[in-house]
Design a protein around this ligand. Structure first.
Ligand code: HEC
Ligand SMILES: [Cu+2]
Length: 360
């Protein structure tokens, strides 16, 4: 009875799988949509094939030797010791293989860390259990939460209720970005450690309370890319998905205008002043507003707060030359030039002067 049942269901599964499910089934990671994700994808397959080749060489040699020198053929074990040639070979070959794999992997890692010269910056703040996106230059800011209707999740009326195709991967307001633009993310958290993870864009970055981490991506395809919080951050960890919508530049501009129209009138945001009129290189206030206020305005992540005399007192003693140099070269958690490599040294110095004037 049981056997019969098993056989019937196995047949049914096989028939079903061969028609529909197998059709779009592939053994692969998600198709990349950014250069970083492409690199990760190529590394994944490249290194896998190296491993496969090594597997066949090692096991091939082993099984061949076992078979060739089997006892029934009267094989006698050779007695030798310290074959220098072979010892050199089995040290040098793996070394070369490892270096050949580490080289591209390290290059990709370094590239992932280089968020400089971006076209736009979005500050991402994680909360239990949703995300906040703050477009620093454009001046829009909103929350992004799970949009799946509650009864799809809870199944109060029993299983079998229709579920959306992206059950648990849909949000009310996605992050929207233009295609082919370098988007810098400043990732922080309000409560516990979260992770902003969108595999197809090649970003997986912790959001840590008290720190600002940066990451970046350049989406090379328009479309919708989904991800999830990658750190177990509490009981609703599974319910804080990430959706990034990549639009053409024109569509992005349209979205931006619409979103702005719906938002409460922004406070006179300093970022906007600068966006309207690119700052003259020596206008310290404008440089500060665009490039430094992100961190120094509120004093996040250990950045001395603008105008906080106590926080600046000790630093002032170092003399302004030192402070200019730290601002240009970076110091501790502070990236060089606040992460804006395009700023001239003079512009950064002017911004420091602007900050010092408020701190004296
Ligand atoms: C990503 C956040 C961030 C941005 C953006 C940023 N800073 Fe900072 N800044 C920090 C942090 C954190 C420190 C404290 C570093 C330390 O003491 O280790 C700091 C410290 C400083 C100091 C004191 C350095 C010292 O020697 O004590 C100066 C001056 C400064 N920042 C200037 C600037 C200027 C000018 C800009 C804009 C061009 C800027 N910062 C943008 C985070 C930031
Ligand atoms: Cu989380």
């Amino acid at each position: 009875m049981l056997l019969k049942h098993l056989r019937a269901s196995a047949l049914a599964t096989a028939a079903f799988a061969s028609t529909s499910a197998l059709a779009d089934y592939a053994v692969d990671i998600l198709p990349p949509a950014s250069p970083m994700a492409q690199d990760a994808y190529d590394l994944h397959w490249g290194i896998l094939w190296v491993c496969v080749a090594i597997f066949f060489i090692v096991f091939g040699a082993m099984f061949w030797s076992v078979f060739k020198h089997r006892r029934s053929q009267g094989a006698k074990a050779a007695q030798f010791h310290e074959n220098t040639t072979i010892e050199i070979i089995w040290t040098v070959v793996p070394l070369v293989v490892l270096v050949a794999m580490a080289w591209p992997a390290t290059r990709t890692m370094l590239e992932m860390k280089d968020a400089s010269n971006s076209d736009m910056t979005i500050k991402v703040t994680a909360y239990q259990w949703r995300w906040e996106y703050d477009y620093l230059q454009a001046g829009v800011r909103f929350n992004s939460s799970l949009a799946t209707p509650r009864d799809q999740i809870e199944e109060y009326s029993g299983p079998g209720k229709a579920k959306g195709a992206n059950y648990l991967l849909e949000v009310d307001r996605p992050m929207v970005v233009p295609v082919n633009k370098k988007v810098r993310l400043l990732i922080a958290s309000n409560d516990v450690i979260h992770g902003w993870y969108v595999p197809q864009l090649g970003v997986n970055q912790y959001g840590i309370p008290g720190f600002i981490k940066d990451a970046w991506f350049t989406a090379t395809k328009t479309g919708t890319f989904r991800g999830q919080c990658s750190q177990i951050c509490g009981k609703e960890h599974a319910y804080m998905p990430i959706v990034v919508e990549v639009k053409s530049e024109a569509d992005y501009a349209k979205w931006l205008a619409q979103t702005k129209a719906k938002m409460p009138p922004p406070e006179p945001a300093p970022q906007q002043v600068a966006a309207a009129a690119p700052a003259a290189p020596t206008d310290g206030k404008a440089v500060y507003d665009t490039a430094c206020n992100v961190c120094h305005g509120a004093g996040v992540a250990g950045a001395p707060k603008m105008g906080d005399k106590a926080a600046w007192a000790a630093r002032l003693k170092q003399g302004k030359e030192t402070l200019h140099a730290s601002a240009i070269k970076g110091k501790g958690a502070m990236p060089a030039k606040g992460g804006n490599a395009a700023l001239s040294d003079d512009a950064v110095k002017a911004a420091v002067e602007h900050m010092l004037a408020a701190a004296r």
